[in-house]
Design a protein around this ligand. Sequence first.
Ligand code: FAD
Ligand code: SF4
Ligand code: SF4
Length: 440
Amino acid sequence: MTNNNNAALECPEETKYDVMVIGAGIAGAESALKIADMGYKVLLVEKEPSIGGKMILLSKVFPTLDCAACITTPKVSETSRHPNITILTMTEVEEVQRSNNRDFIVQLIKKPRYVIEKDCTGCQECENVCPVITQDQFQFNLTARKAVYIPFNIASPRIALIDIENCMLCGACEKACPSNCIDFTQQEQKLQISVKAIILATGFKLFDPISIEQYGYGRYKNVITSMQMERQLAPTRPFNNILRPSDGKIPDKIAYVFCTGSRDHTVGNPICSQVCCMYSTKQAQLLMGALPMADISLYYINIRAFGKGYNEFYMQAKDMGANYVKGKIGKITEKENGNLILRFEDIVTGKVSEKEHDLVVLSVGLLANPEITKVFKDEKLELDAVKYVCQKDMLQNPAQTSIEGVFVAGTATGPMDIPDTIMSAGAAVTETSSYLKKLL
Ligand SMILES: Cc1cc2nc3c(=O)[nH]c(=O)nc-3n(C[C@H](O)[C@H](O)[C@H](O)COP(=O)(O)OP(=O)(O)OC[C@H]3O[C@@H](n4cnc5c(N)ncnc54)[C@H](O)[C@@H]3O)c2cc1C
Ligand code: SF4
Ligand code: SF4
């Protein structure tokens, strides 16, 4: 049996495309789909083994509380089956240069999976026999995975890959695979293609709170990030309940620390991440549903509930019993039983207070992902002051970058929520198609 999801994954014979979309999160998938629907041929390049970006890993979405996977999965599957879209996963762009006829010549590197993509059925027999256990990056290190693994249940494509750095080369997976598709001889492949236009949809990075020492992330087991909580609330969650890491206890006094790594010059990120107030409010509502007896306190500087229905969503969380405390956390200390003492100045009373919680969630901010700039060899991709891709004319051509024919979509331009990301992808598609029409 061949996994029919995999047809688009082998290295393509085709070397000419109308548009290359870099990054297959929701911005990239939406851009690829819309431009492919117009009849253009699209190459969608993703560096991870699955498409879907951060959104495919979320629980529900604010303010509607629709299931994120239920929205992302059909979109991702439509993208992978579209006749005008070729997808390359585990692939990065090495270099982009303008040719004489104004097309872009692109050098790509496709990393080996050590699994023959078209033959893998996703049966997971290889995982069952692999003796290696290592941290699972798609569950944000909450659980373990094998050295041969499928990234997560709803990964697209649903194909195994081998993490060669941790592999013992014992050969057990090779013997167990009913499709004979383990292939240790695979090498990195270099590909050269030409495209007329490029859409950058390379998204954002999550702030790593290890640099805020006074919060104890990385030292205190029961201080986790919002993405780790997001995974615990998601349908593809690692456990069947919300558990605190130190002892597997179900928490009943949970604290959120807003603006961790946002609006903070001391960590080099002075801007608002736009989504943290709302995703924390969403998680609080989901937690109150999952753990009705738990107390949820949210420590904030200001509430930014600026979108359609967002303020009502915030008021709803308050009405449900979420305890919003206006105060910046100065320090977190750990007790012997793993509980955490939060020290903060209550802005309303003006008093410095301490409060004990048994799980702390850091509402981490969004950071720019500027590495893509270095692939442009003879033209400069300009960035803004905080290293997001610069929009040449934010009001009239929000997708145009400093390079003609190169457009940008989604959080590659700055922090934004999913509705704005979809609209930004729409703008990128419109501007790209009018650029392509002018070339004719
Ligand atoms: C904890 C948390 C909860 C959230 N909850 C919500 C919510 O409930 N509602 C809401 O509206 N928003 C929410 N958001 C925001 C939401 O995640 C973003 O708006 C959305 O994911 C942005 O999509 P994107 O495609 O722009 O970026 P991403 O999801 O970051 O996708 C970028 C893609 O590009 C790939 N890529 C990057 N660089 C390269 C490269 N050089 N070559 C190839 N591929 C590359 C990445 O691997 C990734 O797949 C939340 C965010 C967080 C952190
Ligand atoms: S060869 Fe590597 S991936 Fe395969 S079973 Fe052995 S350790 Fe696991
Ligand atoms: S055993 Fe073979 S076919 Fe099954 S998931 Fe592993 S590599 Fe794919």
